[in-house]
Every structure is written in structure tokens, then in C-alpha cells.
Design a protein around this ligand. Structure first.
Ligand code: ADE
Length: 224
């Protein structure tokens, strides 16, 4: 899979994409992540990428020309399955959307800033608009990093124990059950007996029951 990120702040991706699982996924070649600076595609002598809104009001709008130039260049190089714009007024990201995106070949993610991008970018290039929640960030970069992270970890082979991605919270509309590790007794705080019983069937039943209980308490909306 290839993910192209279109941003005014490519440095913001250096941290999140060069550690841990994402780093290994890149090294293994499971994902190619490429960040592009939209400013490099401005033909203005001051490298300007934004302007005042025709409607007036505070805040600048990202202009279509540099974005269009960059998108057209990338589209001429390969086909894209999805061109995503991250914006607080998009559909909210969830595990189902992450699953679908993990099956794609090439995707672009466009990060907005200021008052966002000229609507014509959205009308003519964007195929999917995603938000990561009902709050406003200073720009789309952190949202794009969240989306990319949620997708990359689902690409087959990225998480070594493949079943581990399948048992995540949300994967089957249930939150994950509690987990414990050694020591079995810490200052009298004990791990539930059933987990030490060695009885695989009983343990599975306990996990299911705990997942259901936790979901009912914390996220009853997931149970429908
Ligand atoms: N840009 C600013 N806030 C955002 C959010 N919550 N989701 C996606 N993109 C954003």
C-alpha cells in the first residue's frame, strides 16, 4: 500500500511514522508513506498557498492551484483508490472505515489548514472526507496521522500476531476485555482465578463476558 500525504507541514509526520509498528511496516515494505509539501507547488514568488475568503470573515482559505498541481502530478504517476480530505465536517473515522482503507492500494490524504481548502478542491478531487472526532484541531496533520496509523496496522503482515488486530476493541463492535500479566499477585491485587486455570474454554467464556460487560457499561451505543 502507498499513502501520500499532502500537507503544509511535512515535518509533523516525522515522529509518528518513524517509531514502532509503523516504522517496521515501512521497513518491511508493507506500506510506502510519502509526504509532500503543498507549498512546493505554489508558483507564487512568495510561495503563497492561501488567500482571503470571497465571502469575507476571518481566516484564510487554502487555494486550489498548488493543491491541484500536486494532485494532478500524483494522479499522472499512479492510480489512486481514494483521495481523502481530513476535516471536522467529514464522516467520523471508525474501525470499519479503517478496515476498508487497509485493503486499498494507493490513497492520498489532504490536510487542511486555516479555514480549510477552497470548496472546488473538495468538489472535483476528493472522494472521501473524514473527521477523527467532534473537536477542532489546528490542522489536518494529526488527524491524517491517526487515520494512517489506524489503517497501516491492519495491513496483513504488519502486526506479527495477526490475531491481535482481530481482537482489538471495536473489531466486532465490542470493547476489548481486561488483560493481565505476571505477577499473578501484586501486593494482594490478584489476577482473576479463571485466567490461571488453564481451561481454554472457560477463559474464552470469561473474555466474552467481560467484553460484553465493559461495552454495556461504557459504550452501550455499540450494542445497538
Ligand atoms: N481538522 C481539524 N480538526 C479535525 C478533526 N477533528 N478531524 C479531522 N480533521 C480535522
Amino acid at each position: 500500500m502507498r499513502i501520500d500525504i499532502l500537507t503544509l507541514f511535512p515535518e509533523m509526520f516525522q515522529g509518528p511514522f518513524s517509531e514502532s509498528i509503523i516504522k517496521r511496516a515501512r521497513e518491511k515494505g508493507a506500506v510506502e508513506l510519502v509526504c509532500h509539501n503543498i507549498r512546493d507547488y505554489s508558483t507564487n514568488k512568495h510561495k503563497k498557498v492561501d488567500d482571503y475568503a470571497f465571502s469575507g470573515g476571518a481566516g484564510m482559505v487554502m487555494q486550489i492551484e498548488p493543491i491541484a498541481r500536486l494532485i494532478e502530478k500524483l494522479k499522472a504517476e499512479r492510480e489512486y483508490d481514494e483521495i481523502i480530505y481530513v476535516t471536522p465536517d467529514g464522516s467520523t473515522l471508525n474501525q470499519g472505515i479503517a478496515n476498508q482503507l487497509s485493503l486499498k492500494g494507493n490513497i492520498m490524504i489532504l490536510c487542511g489548514h486555516y479555514k480549510g481548502v477552497d470548496q472546488r478542491v473538495r468538489d472535483h478531487y476528493i472522494t472521501m472526507e473524514l473527521s477523527i472526532g467532534d473537536y477542532v484541531l489546528t490542522g489536518g496533520e494529526l488527524a491524517a496521522a491517526v487515520i494512517a496509523d489506524s489503517v497501516i496496522r491492519l495491513i496483513p503482515g504488519v502486526i506479527s500476531d495477526e490475531t491481535s488486530a482481530l481482537t482489538d476493541s471495536f473489531q466486532d463492535n465490542l470493547l476489548a476485555p481486561p488483560v493481565y500479566t505476571r505477577p499473578a499477585d501484586f501486593n494482594g491485587w490478584k489476577v482473576p482465578d479463571v485466567l490461571l486455570s488453564g481451561d481454554a474454554k472457560k477463559i474464552e467464556a470469561w473474555k466474552e463476558e467481560q467484553a460484553y460487560k465493559r461495552t454495556k457499561e461504557r459504550r452501550p451505543d455499540l450494542l445497538g
